[in-house]
Design a protein. Structure first.
Lengths: 1378, 479
C-alpha cells in the first residue's frame, strides 16, 4: 500500500546544502598533491587515457556537467569538467582522492551512501558497472587528460545524445523479452509457482499454506467481480469444495470470468489507466459528450475477452482500422469507440494563450498513452531530452505531431450500413419526386396567374418575389414608374453582384471558400453521413418537408448540406488549419436548424468569451460575420460546422438538425462585406436578354410566369447548369405561395411518393455517438525549444520512439495507425510487459514492477524479472493477448491461492512481502466498498451500461458520474483517483474522514437499514448469523454471536427509553388532535351543509385558499397572485393555455419575496410519456439550484411520484401507486410540507401513498430561492432533470394545506370550508379550547422532533439491528480483503 | 506501510485502544484547553523544518475573481488624468476582447498608518488600523488569464488539477500541530462558493490524502461532511466499542497488519473530531467586543458572514491549524457569481465596493485580534486574488483580467509591515520593477515557515515535483 512517502522524497534532509567532508580526508590532501605531478595528459599511459575517455568522460559529461561546469554553474562549488577544477575540490574540500576510493566523496555520493548528497541529483542511481568503473578509475589515481575546460565542440561531442541514449537503452526494460527457462522448485508444477518458489527458497522463506475456501471465495469474488459472494454462491461453492476442491475453484473462476460483472470490475481498472472522466474540468466543467460510451465499450470488450493487442490498436486508431470490429447485436462499430480516452483531457476555460492550451492537452494525451501502454514517461521530454530515460525531446514532438494532427470530435459509431438504411431508396424516391413535382407545377402554371391575385392583395409584409410584385401593383397604372422600379431593381442587383465580383478579385480577399465548387469543398474535412456522398451539392438541390402539410422544405443554391436525405444525418465540416498572419474578418453564408458553427483556435473545442460559437436556427440563409479575428492574429484556426449532436464539446442531444453553407470568406479587416446580392432571387426575371421592360402589373406577372415556367423546366432537366439565382427564385416562389407547396390537392401518385419518402426517412435510426477524433492530414510538429511554444525549432517527423525505430512514418494521415502498430511490434518490449505487470498488480496487490506506470530509470526494477518476461512472452506468443486467459492462469497458481498469514521469517526477512510468501492483505478500493454496501443490503441495481448516474443511485460505482470539479465525495474519501493522469496503482490511505464517512454518512446508514429490513431472522441468533454470513462470507463464532447479541440488546435498551417517550408523546398528540377535530368537524359539517348555493361563477374553490402565487399559463408565465413571474430558460412554450416543456427548457421564477418554510406546491400536469425519469414538475429551490423540494416523476422508481430533494435529504418513497393516467389526461398533484418536516402528497385530491418524514423542514430564504417548472433543480436543462409534458396551472402556498383543502383544491365542486370560516363560526369557549390544544400539540411536536433527531421516530424495532448492520459495515474484516 | 501520522508503536496503540470510547468522550468535551493540549501532540510531516521558522501558521484571504490593484493598493493618477483616452501602449489579449479606453479609478487613495502606504477608500478599516502591518507587493504576475486555471495555478503552481495545493505542501512538510483538527482548512460561510476550478485547487494531489483541505462551512448545520453523529452519543460509543472489539480480534488473528491498526486508530481521531469541530465553530465564548471588531454587527449581511470566517480563522490558528484559507461570498445575497465574486467585467465601482465592504472590516479585525493576542508574530496572513484588472475599461464601467502586474499583500510573521515592493508602469498594466511570480510568493511563504522550497519535493510519475516547480525565489526584501 502506497501510504508513506517514497524513499528519496521530501525535504532532502536538513540544513546542509553543500558538500561536507569528514575531517580525516584532509591529510590525504598531501598524498593527493603528490599525484598532481604526473597528472598531465601527456604523461598518462595510453590505456589509462583510453579507459578515461571511454568509461569516465562520457558519464561525467552526461551526468555531471549540467550542474558542475566552467560555464557558471558550480553547485556546491564543484566543477567536474576539467582536471584542475576537481582537484581544487568543492566548497569544503576535495571529492576525488586519487588512489583512495574509500575516501572519495564522489564515490559515496554516486553509491547513494551519503544522505542528502545522492548523485546524480534527483536521478536514479547509476548502473553498478559504471560505479565499478569509477572505483577503478580512482584506484588508478584518477588519471584525467582534461587540461582545460571543454570547448563548445568538445562539450557537444561529450554530451552527444546518441551516446547517452545508447547507454540508457541498457536499462532492463529496453531489453527484448526473452522466454526464460522455468526454474525447478519442489512440490509445484505451475510455472509461476516455480518462479515464485525458487525465489522464496533463495531468500530462505517458506510459502504460506493454502487459504480456506471461504477466504478464497471472497478473494475470487472481489478480484473478478468487485463484489462479495452472495449467501447462495457461498453455499454452492462450499458444497462443490467438499466434492472436489480443484474443480470447485476452477468452476468458480470460470463462472466469474463469464459473468458481466467481470467487465465492470476490470473496466474500472482500465479507466484508471486512461484517467476516465465525464467532464473536462475548469470553469464550467462541461460534460464530455457521450464519454460513457467508452466505459461501456471497455466493459463489453473485457467481457468478450477481446485480445489486448486489438484493444491497443483501437485505443490509438480504432477509426482507421481496415476491418473494424463490429458488434452485430448492438449494430456498433466497437473499434471506433476505443479512441474515447484521447478526448478525456482536461480543458481550460477560454484561454487567451490558446496555443499553450493546445500544447497542454496534447501533452495530456501523450502522457496518458505513454504511461498507460508503454510504462514510459515520455511527457518528461517536453522541454529537453529525458533526464533519465532513453527518450529524446524529438521523440516527444514526434508523438505530438501524431496526436495533434487529428481534430477533437464527437463521432458516430454505428456499424457500417446501419445509418444508410433506406438511403438508396430515398435517393431514388427523391429523384422521382423531383420530376413529378416539376410536372405538377408546369401543369398548374396555366391557371396560376389568376390565383396569384389574392396573394398580391395581402397586406405587404411579404418578402421576396411577392413583395416585389406587390410594389409593382402599388404603382397602379403609372407605367413609367413601374418601368423605373423594374430597371432600378435590376441595376441595383447587378451593381451589388459586380461589387462582390470586384471584391473577390481584389487583394482584400485572403480566402474565398466556395462550396458550390466540388473541388473546393473536397479540400475540407467532412464527416458524417449527411455530407456523403457529395460534399458539394449543385444548385437546385432540395429537401422535402416532413411536417405532414407541406411538400418541400426548400430548394437550395449550390453548397454543402447535411440534410439532403434526412435531417437525422450527422455532419461535420472542418477547414484545413489556417494561420492568421494578419487581421481579418470572416463572413459565412450559412443556413441551418439546431446546428452550430465556429472558428476553432488551435483545436480548442470549448466555447467561451473569445471563442464564439454561432447557433443556427430556423433554416433561413444569412450571412454571419466574425469580426474579432484580429484578436487571434498569429494563431492557427479552422472553421467547423456541426450538426447538433456532433460538435466536439458543445454537442446537443437533438435528433434532428442540419446546416448548409454556400461560402466562407476571409477578408482583410474592415473590407466591405462580400455579400450575395440581397435580391438574388429576382435575377432570373431580369436576366432575359433584350426582353422589354414590363410597364404594367400584367406584363410583370406574365414575365414572372414565363420565367417561372422556364426555370422549372430548367430545374427538371438536371443538365448541370441550373444556377443559384434560379434555385433561390424557385424557393422565393414557394415561400411566397406563388408555387404550390401544399400536400392538399396533390396528384395521388405524387402524394404517395412523398408519403413513401417520409415513411422511409422515419425509419433511419438516430446515430450512436461517442467521443473521438477526426483524422486529418498529418502535420509534423516543430520541436519547442526548452518547451516554450513561443520558440518553435526543428520540425520533427511523426514517428515512434527512436530507441525502437526512428523511421519517419510514410503516411499523409496523422500516423496514429502506424503508432498503434509500433506499440505492438515484436521488438517493442514495453507493451506486453506493462500489461502483464498491470494485471499481476491487481491480483497480487502490487506489480512485479511496483511502479506500474513507470518502467524507466526512476521506476523500480522487477522483483522477478524472469517471471515478468515469462508472463509477457506467453501472453504475447501463446495466450493470444487474452486477458482472461492470463488472469485465469494466475488465479490457478498456488501462490495466488495461499493464505494471508505472515510467518515470522517473512515478517523479518521480507516485511514488504516482495517475494510473496503469503497473500497480501489490502483494503478494498472505493468502488468495491460502495458496491459492497449495496450488494449486502440487497439494493444493488445490476443494470449494465448507460449514461452516468449520481452517487445516490443504487447502480454500481463505476457508473457514478466522474465530474472533474465535483468528484463523488464517498468514492474520493476512499482514494478514488483524480482523473488527470494514468493511475495503475491506487493509493490506499488511512484518514479520519474515512471513519467519519463510515460512521455518519446517511447513504451508508440507509443501506444498513435496508439490509436489515431485507434480512429474515426467526430469532436474534439466526438474524446475526445471516448478517455475518452475508457481509463477511463466514459464520460468527459463538463468542461473536454473544457479543453481537449483547450489543443489540444494549442498544435496544438505550433506544428503548427514547422510543417509549416518543410513543407516549405520539399518543398524546393523537388524543389532542382528536379533541380538536371534535370541536372543528361539527362546525365544518354545518357550514358545508349550508353551502347549498353554487360558487360564484369563475371562482374556483381553490382560489379561496389564497395561494401566494398562482400561474395559469393562459398566455404567459405571469404570476397572477404574487410577483414570482416566470422566465423561460431554453426552449419552452405556452401552447393552448399550458406550459409546454420538451426536455430542453424550463421556467424559472423571480426570487421569492418572503421566506418559505411550511408550504404547498401544487400543479396540474400532463406528461408526454410515462417512462421518463427524474423530470421535475414544480420545484422550490435556492438560487444555486442545489437545495430544493420538487414534484418529480419516476426518479427512484419508474412511474412513481416523488418529493425530490437535494441528494434525497428529505426524500423517502411515498410508496404510492404507479402512475398510469398522466399521459392521457391532466392530473393534479399537491405536495404539502409541514413544520416538523412531514411531507404529504395528494394526487387528484386523494392522499398519494403514505406521508413521509426524513429530515427537518428546509427554509428557503427570501431573495435566495425561486420556483421552477419543468426542471427538478439546477440552472440549466440537463441530464434527467427536465420534464417532458405540459403544466396547465400551478400554485404555491406558504403553509401546508390540510387534507380537506388538498382535496378541495382539485374537487372543483365547491364543497370546501376554509379554516378562517370555521374559526369565525366557533364560540368563544371553543376558540379558547382550540388555541390551547394547538399550543399543546405544538409543544408535543417540538419534543418529538428532538427525540426524532436522536433516532426515535417510527416505532421501529429494527433500529437496534440497523445499528448492528451499520457496525458490520465498519468492521475492518468487511473492508479488507485477505 | 502506513501513514506517518498514525504510526504509533503497536503496543501503545493497543494500550490506548483499551481505554474505550467512554474515555474518549470525556476527553472530547474538554474544550479549548484540551484542544491546546492536543496541539502539543502534533502529527508529524516529514520532520523538523529546514531552519528556524518565523511563521507557524498561514491564513490565506483569497480574493477570488481578481481584485483590481488599480482600485485598491496601486494608485495610478495617470489613469485619472487620461481617463477616457485610448491606451497609448499595446493592449494584450483580454478575456472578453471588449476593451474600452483608460479607466481612472473611481476611488480615492489616502496614506495609511505611520508608513503612509496608500490604500484606496475601498478599505477604510485596513487603512486606518492595519496599514503598518501590510507588506504590499505591487509586482505580482501570473501566466494565466482566466479564473479556473488562474485559481488552480495560484494554489498549486500548475494550471490544472492533480497537483497539491500550497496548504497540502505545508502540512506535508511540517505536519499538523493538532491531532483533532485537519491541518489544512478551507473556510466557507453563507453563500461562499468554491472558486472556479473546483475543489481540486485545495487537493493533496499526489501527496498522501491526509494533507488535503477540509472544508468547514462555518455556519453550516454540518460544518464538515459527516462530522455530525446521527444518533445519541451513548449509542455511537456503544457501537464504536463493539466495532473495536471485533476489529481487534480481526487484527490479532491477522497478525496486526499495520494498515488495519491504523484504520482502527482513525476512529479515535474521527470521534474526537466530532466534538472538536463543533466546539471550534461554537462562537458563544467569544466576547461581544471581539465579535464587534470582526464586524459581527455590521449592517451588511455579507460582512457578517465573512466575519465568521475571519474569527474562525483565528480560532483555528490558535489551535495550531497550519493553513487556513478564507473564501469570499457573492457581492450581495443571491447575487450569483459565487465562484468569482471580485470579477467585475462591468459595474466595477459598485461591485468592488460591495466586495471590499464584505472583507475589509473582518480582515482588519482579524489582524488586530491576532496582534492583541500575540499571534500575529507567528501567523502569516496573505491577501491575494488570481490576477489584477486592466487599466482600461471593459465595456463602459468594468475592467478585464490583468495577469501582467497586480498587487497582493502579506502581514504578520515579521514581514516588513508598511512597505511596498515592486512597481507597475504608469498605467498599472505591466510590472516594471521587482517582477514577482506566484512561485516567488510560495517560496517566500515556505521560507517563513522554515522550509526550503527547492527541497520540499515529492516523487510522482517519474519526476520530483515541487510547489514551485522549477522556479521561485524568496522575496527577502519583503520579509
Amino acid at each position: 500500500m502506497k501510504t508513506s512517502p517514497t524513499p528519496g522524497n521530501g525535504l532532502a534532509g536538513s540544513f546542509r546544502t553543500t558538500f561536507r567532508f569528514p575531517a580525516w580526508t584532509i591529510p590525504c590532501w598531501v598524498f593527493h598533491l603528490t599525484l598532481l605531478g604526473r597528472a598531465f595528459a601527456a604523461d598518462l599511459p595510453a590505456d589509462q587515457v583510453e579507459f578515461f575517455e571511454s568509461r569516465i568522460r562520457p558519464i561525467l559529461a552526461q551526468e555531471c556537467y549540467e550542474c558542475h561546469n566552467s560555464r557558471g554553474d558550480e553547485k556546491g562549488g564543484l566543477n567536474l569538467d576539467h582536471r584542475s577544477a576537481w582537484q581544487k575540490g568543492g566548497n569544503t574540500g576535495p571529492v576525488i582522492v586519487p588512489g583512495d576510493p574509500g575516501a572519495s566523496l564522489l564515490l559515496k555520493s554516486i553509491r547513494h551512501e551519503e544522505a542528502d548528497l545522492e548523485m546524480p541529483k534527483a536521478g536514479a542511481k547509476l548502473d553498478d558497472r559504471i560505479i565499478a568503473d569509477f572505483t577503478k578509475w580512482i584506484e588508478l589515481g584518477a588519471p584525467d587528460p582534461r587540461d582545460e575546460p571543454p570547448s563548445a565542440e568538445q562539450l557537444a561531442s561529450d554530451t552527444d545524445w546518441e551516446a547517452i541514449r545508447t547507454r540508457r537503452q541498457g536499462w532492463w526494460s529496453f531489453q527484448p523479452i526473452v522466454n526464460p527457462a522455468i526454474p525447478n522448485a519442489t512440490g509445484v508444477t505451475h510455472p509461476v509457482d516455480r518462479f515464485i518458489r525458487a525465489k522464496l527458497a533463495t531468500e530462505g522463506l517458506k510459502p504460506a499454506p493454502a487459504a480456506d475456501p471461504r477466504t478464497l471465495l471472497r478473494r475470487l469474488h472481489f478480484t473478478l467481480a468487485g463484489l462479495p459472494p452472495t449467501l447462495a454462491e457461498t453455499q454452492s461453492f462450499l458444497a462443490a469444495w467438499e466434492r472436489d476442491r480443484t474443480a470447485a475453484v476452477e468452476n468458480r473462476i470460470d463462472g466469474l470470468l463469464a459473468a458481466p460483472t467481470f467487465g465492470e470490475r476490470w473496466a474500472r481498472h482500465w479507466m484508471d489507466w486512461t484517467r476516465y472522466a465525464d467532464s473536462h474540468g475548469s470553469e464550467g466543467d462541461p460534460a464530455i459528450p457521450y464519454a460513457w460510451r467508452y466505459r461501456d465499450y471497455l466493459i463489453r470488450a473485457l467481457n468478450a475477452d477481446i485480445p489486448y493487442d486489438q484493444l491497443v490498436r483501437e485505443h490509438l486508431a480504432g477509426d482507421l482500422l481496415e476491418s473494424p470490429r463490429i458488434n452485430e447485436s448492438l449494430a456498433l462499430n466497437e473499434s471506433a469507440i476505443g479512441l474515447g480516452h484521447l478526448r478525456m483531457v482536461y480543458h481550460g476555460f477560454a484561454p487567451t494563450d490558446v496555443l499553450d492550451e493546445r500544447v497542454r492537452f496534447t501533452d495530456d494525451q501523450i502522457d496518458t498513452v505513454s504511461k498507460a501502454f508503454l510504462g514510459l514517461t515520455v511527457s518528461c521530454a517536453r522541454c529537453h531530452n529525458h533526464k533519465f530515460d532513453a527518450i529524446s525531446q524529438a521523440d516527444y514532438y514526434a508523438m505530438f505531431g501524431i496526436f495533434t494532427s487529428s481534430l477533437p470530435a464527437t463521432v458516430t459509431v454505428d456499424a457500417p450500413g446501419v445509418l444508410e438504411k433506406n438511403r438508396e431508396a430515398l435517393i431514388e424516391e427523391k429523384a422521382r419526386i423531383k420530376q413529378a413535382v416539376a410536372d405538377h407545377w408546369i401543369a398548374n402554371l396555366a391557371s396560376v396567374p389568376t390565383a396569384w391575385n389574392p396573394l398580391l392583395e395581402k397586406p405587404s409584409d411579404e418578402k421576396g418575389i411577392v413583395s416585389f410584385l406587390q410594389k409593382i401593383r402599388a404603382l397602379g397604372e403609372d407605367r413609367p414608374a413601374i418601368a423605373r422600379l423594374w430597371t432600378e431593381t435590376s441595376d441595383a442587383l447587378k451593381k451589388e453582384q459586380s461589387a462582390t465580383e470586384a471584391l473577390k478579385a481584389s487583394d482584400a480577399v485572403k480566402i474565398w471558400w466556395d462550396f458550390s465548387d466540388p473541388a473546393e469543398a473536397k479540400r475540407w474535412t467532412g464527416f458524417g453521413l449527411g455530407l456523403s456522398p457529395a460534399r458539394s451539392s449543385p444548385a437546385g438541390e432540395f429537401t422535402l418537408a416532413l411536417d405532414g402539410a407541406r411538400l418541400f422544405d426548400r430548394i437550395l443554391p449550390a453548397g454543402s448540406y447535411t440534410h439532403g436525405i434526412s435531417s437525422r444525418d450527422a455532419g461535420l465540416l472542418a477547414s484545413e488549419p489556417l494561420l492568421l498572419d494578419d487581421e481579418y474578418d470572416l463572413y459565412v453564408d450559412v443556413a441551418g436548424d439546431g446546428s452550430s458553427f465556429r472558428y476553432a483556435v488551435q483545436h480548442y473545442p470549448r466555447s467561451g468569451t473569445v471563442f464564439p460559437v454561432k447557433n443556427l436556427e430556423g433554416g433561413a440563409w444569412k450571412q454571419e460575420k466574425f469580426d474579432r479575428l484580429d484578436y487571434w492574429k498569429g494563431d492557427s484556426i479552422h472553421l467547423e460546422f456541426a450538426t447538433a449532436p456532433d460538435a466536439p464539446v458543445l454537442a446537443k442531444d437533438a435528433e434532428r438538425s442540419w446546416f448548409g453553407v454556400r461560402d466562407a470568406i476571409l477578408v482583410k479587416k474592415g473590407s466591405p462585406a462580400p455579400t450575395h446580392a440581397a435580391q438574388e432571387y429576382l435575377a432570373p426575371l431580369f436576366d432575359r436578354g433584350d426582353a422589354l421592360v414590363p410597364q404594367t402589373l400584367d406584363e410583370a406577372l406574365a414575365r414572372y410566369a414565363q420565367t417561372l415556367r422556364e426555370t422549372i423546366l430548367h430545374w427538371r432537366t438536371n443538365d448541370g447548369t441550373f444556377s443559384d439565382e434560379e434555385a433561390l427564385f424557385l424557393q422565393s416562389s414557394i415561400e411566397g405561395g406563388l408555387l404550390l407547396n401544399s400536400l392538399e390537392g396533390l396528384p395521388a401518385d405524387l402524394l404517395a411518393a412523398h408519403q413513401q419518402y417520409a415513411s422511409l426517412e422515419s425509419q433511419i435510426p438516430v446515430a450512436t455517438r461517442a467521443p473521438g477524433l477526426h483524422e486529418q492530414k498529418g502535420i509534423d510538429q516543430a520541436l519547442y525549444v526548452q518547451g516554450s511554444h513561443k520558440q518553435p525549432g526543428e520540425i520533427i517527423p511523426r514517428r515512434f520512439l527512436e530507441a525502437i525505430d526512428r523511421t519517419p512514418y510514410a503516411t499523409t494521415g496523422s500516423g496514429r495507425l502506424e503508432f498503434a502498430g509500433d506499440l505492438l511490434r515484436s521488438d517493442n518490449p514495453f507493451t506486453a510487459r506493462v500489461i502483464v505487470n498491470r494485471l499481476w498488480s491487481y491480483l497480487f496487490e502490487k506489480g512485479l514492477v511496483t511502479t506500474v506506470d513507470n518502467f524507466g530509470r526512476l521506476g523500480e526494477s522487477p522483483s522477478h524479472p524472469e517471471l515478468l518476461d515469462h508472463l509477457a512472452y506467453r501472453f504475447r506468443e501463446e495466450q493470444g493477448w487474452s486477458i482472461k486467459t492470463l488472469i485465469r492462469d494466475l488465479l490457478l497458481t498456488e501462490t495466488w491461492q495461499q493464505d494471508g498469514l505472515v510467518t515470522d521469517d517473512s515478517e523479518s526477512l521480507d516485511p514488504e512481502n516482495r517475494w510473496l510468501s503469503h497473500y497480501p492483505m489490502r483494503r478494498l478500493d472505493a468502488e468495491a466498498i460502495r458496491d459492497s454496501f449495496l450488494a449486502v443490503s440487497g439494493q444493488l441495481d445490476p443494470q449494465l451500461f448507460g449514461p452516468p448516474v449520481e452517487g445516490t443511485s443504487n447502480r454500481r460505482s463505476l457508473y457514478v458520474r466522474v465530474n472533474r470539479n465535483t468528484l463523488d465525495p464517498l468514492l474520493t474519501t476512499f482514494d478514488f483517483p483524480t482523473p488527470v493522469s494514468a493511475v495503475g496503482r491506487r493509493d490506499a490511505t488511512n484518514v479520519p474522514a474515512q471513519s467519519l464517512t463510515l460512521l455518519n454518512d446517511p447513504f451508508i446508514i440507509e443501506q444498513a437499514g435496508l439490509w436489515v429490513k431485507k434480512t429474515p431472522g426467526e430469532n436474534p441468533e439466526a438474524m446475526i448469523r445471516q448478517l455475518y454470513e452475508t457481509a463477511l462470507t463466514r459464520s460468527p463464532s459463538e463468542s461473536e454471536l454473544e457479543q453481537a447479541r449483547a450489543f443489540v440488546e444494549s442498544i435496544e435498551v438505550e433506544r428503548g427509553a427514547d422510543q417509549r417517550r416518543f410513543s407516549e408523546l405520539s399518543t398524546e398528540q393523537n388524543r389532542r388532535e382528536a379533541d380538536l377535530a371534535a370541536i372543528l368537524e361539527p362546525i365544518r359539517r354545518t357550514l358545508l351543509s349550508e353551502l347549498r348555493s353554487p360558487t360564484p361563477s369563475g371562482v374556483s374553490p381553490a382560489d379561496a385558499f389564497e395561494p401566494l402565487s398562482m400561474w395559469t399559463f393562459d398566455q404567459d408565465l405571469h404570476d397572477g397572485r404574487g410577483q414570482l413571474h416566470g422566465t423561460s430558460v431554453g426552449s419552452t412554450g405556452i401552447v393552448e393555455g399550458a406550459l409546454r416543456v420538451t426536455g430542453d427548457g424550463f421556467v424559472a421564477s423571480a426570487p421569492l419575496d418572503q421566506d418559505l418554510a411550511e408550504k404547498t406546491i401544487a400543479a396540474v400536469v400532463q406528461l408526454d410519456a410515462l417512462d421518463q425519469r427524474g423530470g421535475g414538475v414544480m420545484t422550490v429551490q435556492d438560487l444555486q439550484g442545489g437545495i430544493f423540494d420538487s414534484i418529480v416523476i419516476g426518479e427512484r422508481r419508474e412511474k412513481h411520484w416523488l418529493s425530490g430533494s437535494d441528494n434525497f435529504t428529505r426524500t423517502l418513497d411515498f410508496e404510492g401507486m404507479e402512475e398510469s393516467e398522466a399521459v392521457g389526461t391532466p392530473i393534479h398533484l399537491a405536495f404539502t410540507y409541514e413544520s416538523d418536516g412531514t411531507i404529504r402528497a395528494y394526487r387528484n385530491g386523494e392522499p398519494y401513498g403514505k406521508s413521509i418524514r426524513k429530515a427537518p423542514l428546509h427554509t428557503f430564504k427570501a431573495g435566495q430561492a425561486q420556483v421552477l417548472f419543468g426542471l427538478r433543480h439546477g440552472k440549466a436543462p440537463s441530464g434527467n432533470r427536465t420534464l417532458r409534458g405540459q403544466i396547465l396551472e400551478a400554485r404555491l402556498f406558504d403553509r401546508a394545506l390540510t387534507p380537506a383543502e388538498a382535496r378541495a383544491l382539485t374537487s372543483g365542486n365547491g364543497q370546501f370550508v376554509s379554516e378562517r370560516e370555521i374559526l369565525n363560526a366557533l364560540n368563544p369557549t371553543h376558540k379558547t379550547e382550540k388555541v390551547r390544544l394547538e399550543t399543546e400539540i405544538k409543544e408535543i411536536r417540538l419534543e418529538m422532533e428532538i427525540l426524532r433527531r436522536r433516532g426515535a421516530g417510527e416505532a421501529d424495532p429494527s433500529k437496534a439491528w440497523r445499528d448492528l448492520a451499520h457496525a458490520i459495515f465498519n468492521f475492518k474484516e468487511f473492508l479488507y480483503l485477505r | 506501510m502506513i501513514n506517518p501520522p498514525f504510526s504509533l508503536p503497536r503496543r501503545e496503540l493497543l494500550r490506548r485502544a483499551s481505554t474505550g470510547f467512554g474515555m474518549m468522550a470525556m476527553s472530547g468535551l474538554l474544550g479549548l484547553e484540551q484542544a491546546r493540549g492536543a496541539a502539543q501532540k502534533s502529527v508529524p510531516g516529514l520532520g523538523l523544518p529546514n531552519f528556524r521558522p518565523r511563521a507557524k501558521q498561514v491564513i490565506f484571504c483569497y480574493m477570488s475573481g481578481g481584485v483590481s490593484h488599480l482600485d485598491s493598493f496601486d494608485p495610478k493618477p495617470k489613469l485619472r488624468e487620461m481617463h477616457g483616452q485610448p491606451m497609448p501602449v499595446k493592449v494584450e489579449r483580454t478575456q472578453f476582447n471588449n476593451n474600452g479606453n483608460i479607466f481612472g479609478s473611481p476611488f480615492d487613495f489616502h496614506p495609511g498608518g505611520q508608513s503612509g502606504i496608500p490604500i484606496s477608500d475601498l478599505f477604510p478599516y485596513l487603512r486606518q488600523h492595519c496599514a503598518d502591518e501590510l507588506a504590499v507587493i505591487r509586482s505580482m504576475t501570473s501566466p494565466v488569464n482566466e479564473h479556473a486555471q488562474g485559481n488552480i495555478f495560484f494554489h498549486t503552481g500548475f494550471p490544472f488539477i492533480g497537483h497539491p495545493s500550497a496548504g497540502a505542501w505545508t502540512i506535508y512538510g511540517l505536519g499538523s500541530a493538532n491531532e483533532n483538527l485537519p491541518g489544512y482548512v478551507v473556510l466557507k460561510s453563507g453563500e461562499a462558493a468554491t472558486p472556479h476550478g473546483g475543489v481540486g485547487q485545495w487537493s493533496s494531489g499526489y501527496l498522501p490524502a491526509q494533507h488535503q483541505a477540509s472544508i468547514i462551512q462555518v455556519d453550516g448545520a454540518e460544518p464538515i461532511r459527516n462530522i455530525v453523529p446521527r444518533e445519541p452519543d451513548l449509542i455511537q460509543r456503544s457501537r464504536l466499542d463493539f466495532i473495536r472489539q471485533v476489529d481487534q480480534e480481526f487484527s490479532r488473528s491477522n497478525q496486526h497488519p499495520d494498515e488495519v491498526e491504523a484504520a482502527i486508530h482513525n476512529y479515535e481521531t474521527a470521534y474526537r473530531m466530532q466534538s472538536a469541530v463543533p466546539e471550534l465553530c461554537d462562537l458563544r465564548d467569544e466576547s461581544t467586543a471581539t465579535k464587534e471588531l470582526y464586524g459581527f454587527s455590521s449592517p451588511n449581511v455579507m460582512t457578517r458572514a465573512y466575519a465568521q470566517q475571519a474569527l474562525l480563522a483565528r480560532r483555528l490558528v490558535e489551535r495550531g491549524v497550519r493553513f487556513v484559507e478564507m473564501t469570499c461570498l457573492p457581492q450581495t445575497p443571491g447575487g450569483g457569481q459565487g465562484p468569482n465574486p471580485w470579477d467585475q467585467h462591468g459595474g466595477l465601482e459598485t461591485g468592488h465596493r460591495n466586495m471590499a465592504q464584505q472583507v475589509d472590516q473582518p480582515i482588519a479585525g482579524l489582524l488586530r485580534d491576532l496582534k492583541s493576542r500575540g499571534l500575529l508574530d507567528e501567523t502569516l496572513v496573505i491577501w491575494a486574488g488570481e490576477f489584477g484588472r486592466t487599466p482600461f475599461s471593459q465595456g463602459s464601467d468594468g475592467r478585464d483580467h490583468n495577469p501582467f502586474g497586480f498587487s497582493i499583500w502579506l502581514a504578520g510573521a515579521g514581514v516588513r509591515g508598511g512597505s511596498i515592493y515592486g512597481e507597475t508602469d504608469e498605467f498599472g498594466y505591466h510590472v516594471v520593477d521587482g517582477k514577482t511570480s506566484v512561485y516567488d510568493l510560495w517560496a517566500t511563504v515556505l521560507h517563513l515557515m522554515g522550509l526550503n522550497h527547492d527541497k520540499l519535493t515529492f516523487r510522482h510519475g517519474g519526476r520530483d515535483f515541487r510547489l514551485t516547480d522549477v522556479h521561485g525565489h524568496v522575496l527577502h526584501d519583503v520579509i
